[in-house]
Design a protein. Structure first.
Length: 313
């Protein structure tokens, strides 16, 4: 049974599906989890269906994360479903609440201020003038002699069958969008979600890959990189890659400063820093000065595409 007092950290560690979802938030692939819409089924979450593989469990999965404060929900829409078949593919039309006829006429209600008589506007019209049907006094000044008291819908086909309106039978459900909880910054596996595809790209290019990689520099010091790839053997043509993922705005210049010291000692053929979502201005300037090639992308998918392009060059 689900424990509502379970902490966010233990929830992430215990559930691979939760980790996968948080990876997508952390990498920038998702900023707000919003539902898609199809006329026959209504709103649904294709990303969550893909993660958990069972459409019937999507709602309980999201509600569980809301209870654990991993996600924050916000009202996105209200949708009406058919009470018989559950379909959201329904149309609406105004009808008489008694006999369900849609042959209705919309009119303005008029009230004669002096005598208090109220009726539809058509009954107050007499030729080109307004006249009270009750006391026959002419009405000339709006809000002094008469005023509009609302709208009246009259049914032209009503037989007083006293049938209940179908709107009252309809099922109305709240639909939510979701954002990451304020105290949830995503697990370290946010890096792992992009490292594995990078390794695959480098391997397909005929390179030998280390992850994580430790390379000995000219000074004799050992330097670690998130990924290193080599031509032919592990001593020629090193490509080193570090990742910097920010959960709160742009990536600072600190990863560039840290990478420069390592690159200066190791002297690789190419050095890449992948920044998600992007570097701040100081980081860009330092990367140019230190000759570190940067890849700035809003999400994992864009980052991988840019890396492939740079490697081809």
């Amino acid at each position: 049974m689900h424990n509502p007092n379970k902490t966010e950290a233990s929830e992430v560690n215990d559930d691979a599906n939760v980790r996968t979802l948080l990876d997508k938030f952390a990498s920038g692939e998702i900023s707000i989890l919003e539902p898609a819409y199809e006329s026959k089924i209504g709103y649904y979450f294709p990303i969550i269906q893909e993660i958990i593989g069972d459409i019937s469990k999507v709602e309980s999965f999201l509600e569980r994360l809301v209870e654990d404060k991993v996600l924050i929900k916000k009202l996105y829409d209200k949708v009406i479903y058919c009470p018989q078949c559950g379909s959201a593919g329904i149309s609406f039309r105004y009808c008489c609440p008694f006999c369900k006829s849609f042959n209705i006429q919309k009119s303005s209600l008029i009230e004669h201020v002096k005598c208090g008589y109220m009726d539809i506007e058509e009954n107050f019209r007499k030729d080109a003038k307004f006249s009270c049907p009750k006391c026959h006094e002419d009405l000339k000044r709006v809000n002094l002699d008469f005023r509009k008291a609302g709208v009246w819908c009259a049914c032209n086909d009503c037989t007083n069958c006293n049938t209940a309106s179908t709107f009252e039978e309809a099922i109305i459900k709240d639909v939510y969008s979701y954002t990451l909880g304020k105290n949830v910054k995503g697990p370290e596996s946010s890096k792992a979600s992009i490292i594995n595809p990078i390794i695959e790209i480098l391997t397909q290019a005929g390179l030998k890959v280390e992850n994580p990689a430790v390379i000995k520099g000219k000074s004799g010091a050992q330097h670690s990189f998130d990924i290193a790839a080599f031509k032919k053997d592990f001593t020629q043509g090193a490509i080193v890659i570090d990742l910097a993922v920010s959960h709160e705005g742009n990536v600072s210049e600190q990863p560039i400063i840290a990478m420069f010291a390592k690159v200066f000692d190791v002297s690789p053929e190419k050095a890449f820093l992948i920044a998600i979502p992007e570097l701040n201005e100081n980081g860009r300037k330092m990367a140019e000065i230190y000759n570190i090639s940067t890849i700035e992308a809003k999400n994992k998918t864009d980052a991988l595409a840019l890396l492939k392009e740079k490697l081809r060059k």
